[in-house]
Design a protein around this ligand. Structure first.
Ligand code: ZN
Ligand code: ZN
Length: 357
């Protein structure tokens, strides 16, 4: 039984379950190694279990899944899982309440003959918040690829008159060129007043002098995602935008410098928020400082005023303060970092000083 399965089954008695049905894609990958899109897995408390998928994935499942019996079936995986659970005669099976539809849950409950269905809350997601070094290697590489893509785009692409879409396409192309599997999420390129939107999708709007351009992007490498943001200018920004940039940078550097495992998500958030509040822009920083990143671009833990739980060592989180001024623009600076026992390892290498192209 590998370490991940061990950690999972160690939760069972507390959850009141004897088996766990995994259907969420990223959780399936984390526990079984399967990187395809369709399948379910049932894990019993002794660590044994079954992985069920359809014939499209027979070769892939045999290559990737080593810890569980593999069942290839043309029948719906959920009904096969229900029959397998019925045969295993367990009293209760946990399901991923946040990932399963109401229809699937009802179907499962209707097919089970002597097993209760127990809704659980992000059990595997909580395990995934703490990375092992093999995962960090992939995230580090994904972050490096994004750095290289940005460097190329700053050098050759961004100038007055090119569109947000031109920049986004080139960023994504460069990430592929440097070894990324695909973009990690929808690339954000938002210029001028559109930079006031924290997640502006790129449009055909053309870049004009003096305006901020928020670039928020990352790539997927072997299933793991990176996430970074830089805000750059073509030509000289005005005095207010310069000030906003200075405040965001100071907040971001302070957070990177003082962030530690063991502090709560709220305390981490305050490292940046206190600086932005002191500058008078507190109400223009409308999101948390950061989020976990791994198999998903947004995962646990959360660095936000709402999180009173301590951050665990070996979490990988974003550090991304921002200030957004409606009609005017915005600035966000985001790095991806690993929480190490004595501070952070910053996976993002791109410079953060004000860039005027
Ligand atoms: Zn981002
Ligand atoms: Zn982010």
């Amino acid at each position: 039984m590998n370490h991940r399965i061990q950690r999972l089954v160690s939760m069972y008695s507390e959850l009141g379950i004897e088996g766990f049905l995994i259907s969420k894609r990223e959780n399936l990958r984390y526990i079984t190694g399967f990187s395809g899109s369709t399948g379910v897995c049932v894990v019993l408390k002794d660590g044994s279990g079954v992985f069920i998928t359809d014939p499209r994935y027979d070769v892939q499942a045999a290559e990737e899944v080593s810890e569980f019996e593999i069942m290839i079936s043309r029948e719906p995986a959920l009904s096969e899982a229900a029959m397998w659970i019925n045969n295993s005669k367990i009293a209760a099976v946990g399901i991923e309440a946040a990932a399963m539809t109401v229809a699937s849950k009802n179907e499962l409950a209707g097919l089970l003959t002597g097993t209760d269905v127990v809704e659980t809350d992000r059990v595997i997601e909580k395990l995934r918040a703490v990375k092992d070094e093999s995962e960090i290697v992939c995230i580090r590489q994904a972050a490096r690829i994004a750095d290289q893509a940005l460097d190329a785009v700053l050098r050759d692409v961004i100038k007055e008159g090119v569109s947000e879409l031109d920049i986004a396409i080139e960023l994504e192309y460069q990430m592929r060129r440097h070894g990324g599997d695909k973009p990690g999420f929808d690339t954000v390129v938002a210029s001028g007043p559109r930079a006031a939107m924290a997640h502006g999708a790129p449009t055909d709007r053309k870049i004009r002098p003096g305006e901020p351009i928020v670039l928020d992007f990352g790539c997927c490498y072997r299933g793991y995602i990176s996430d970074m943001t830089r805000t750059v200018f073509v030509g000289e920004p005005d005095a207010e935008m310069r000030k906003v940039y200075r405040v965001v940078l100071e907040a971001q550097l302070n957070a990177c410098h003082n962030l530690r495992a063991g502090m709560t998500g709220k305390e981490a958030d305050a490292l940046a928020r206190s600086i932005i509040e002191r500058s008078g822009y507190g109400d223009r920083f409308g999101h948390g400082l950061g989020h976990g990143v791994g198999l998903e671009v947004h995962e646990l833990p959360s660095l936000s005023p709402k999180n009173d739980s301590p951050l665990e060592p070996l979490s990988v989180v974003s550090v991304e303060p921002g200030i957004y001024l409606p009609q005017k623009g915005g600035v966000r600076i985001e790095d991806l970092v690993v929480l190490r026992p004595d501070g952070i390892e910053n996976l993002t290498g791109s410079p953060k000083d004000l860039v005027c192209l």
